[in-house]
Design a protein around this ligand. Sequence first.
Ligand SMILES: NC(=O)c1ccc[n+]([C@@H]2O[C@H](COP(=O)([O-])OP(=O)(O)OC[C@H]3O[C@@H](n4cnc5c(N)ncnc54)[C@H](OP(=O)(O)O)[C@@H]3O)[C@@H](O)[C@H]2O)c1
Length: 277
Amino acid sequence: MILVTGATGNVGRHVLTLLTAGGHEVRALSRSPQAAAWPVEIDVVAGDLTDPAALAEALAGVESVFLFAVPGSGPSFVAAARRAGVRRVVLLSSGGVDDDAEVQDGPIATYHAEIEQALRDSGLAWTFLRPDVFAANTLMWAGQTKAGDVIRGAYAEAASAPVHEADIAAVAVAALTEDGHAGQVYRLTGPQSLTHADQAAILGQALGRPIRYEELPAEAIRQMMSAHVPAPILDNILATWASATGRTAPTTADIEKLTGRPARSYHDWVLDHAAAF
Ligand SMILES: NC(=O)c1ccc[n+]([C@@H]2O[C@H](COP(=O)([O-])OP(=O)(O)OC[C@H]3O[C@@H](n4cnc5c(N)ncnc54)[C@H](OP(=O)(O)O)[C@@H]3O)[C@@H](O)[C@H]2O)c1
């Protein structure tokens, strides 16, 4: 039995579908399973990753876990997983984690690194997926593209190698179901370094409209996003965009190596989500 946490999320949804299509026995964890539209008929356990009682129920009979990183949940998850006899954990971590840093850069990398450490110390077989920025983050532009052809945001020239959530899920499924992934760290990127302005232009090409990115001062964006994003995380995101400005984002071949097919492009991702824009 494989337990998928974060199962209603961008990546977890695909993990569920791929595992089920592959004939694996799967269970999903969600805090509110009734509210979710499940892509396949599935055994679901209601509960929070930080709640030991819910975890005991969710982990009964489970051999492998796809783990969503809830801040601070590493030690309690590891204790519950060891009690339940879990053998393998594939963590959806972050490309922000830096193995060479004594102190991680910002709260996002810090909480992912803490969960990684709990798993390294656990005696369980672990695999860490460290994706670059999700292409799905640009869904936050959908309100603007529905209203017009201009996307207003910060740092037009901030670069990343945006990654398709289905590629992350395909790697997760390989790591959950094949041998040889224990103790491995996979850095998952899209195929190309793209700035925010590049992404807006590609979005326009894929939708057949002349969409452009208009840069606003970071402070204006901070005010717009502060209602939805906690201040330390928002500071972290803005600092990441500032430091990603004027550079080329590194790309890796890990997705192709692990799935046997090239990483999907941002153009592919837009075509898969065109209705949202
Ligand atoms: N966005 C990026 O650019 C980026 C880059 C690198 C890494 N990441 C990593 O990827 C994660 C986002 O993945 P995603 O986009 O697939 O997720 P998502 O769409 O944001 O969905 C969040 C998922 O986590 C579950 N969840 C949240 N808190 C939970 C809790 N306390 N207990 C149990 N489940 C909980 C939710 O389930 P329910 O609501 O059903 O309970 C939901 O399935 C980030 O948190 C980060 O770890 C993101």
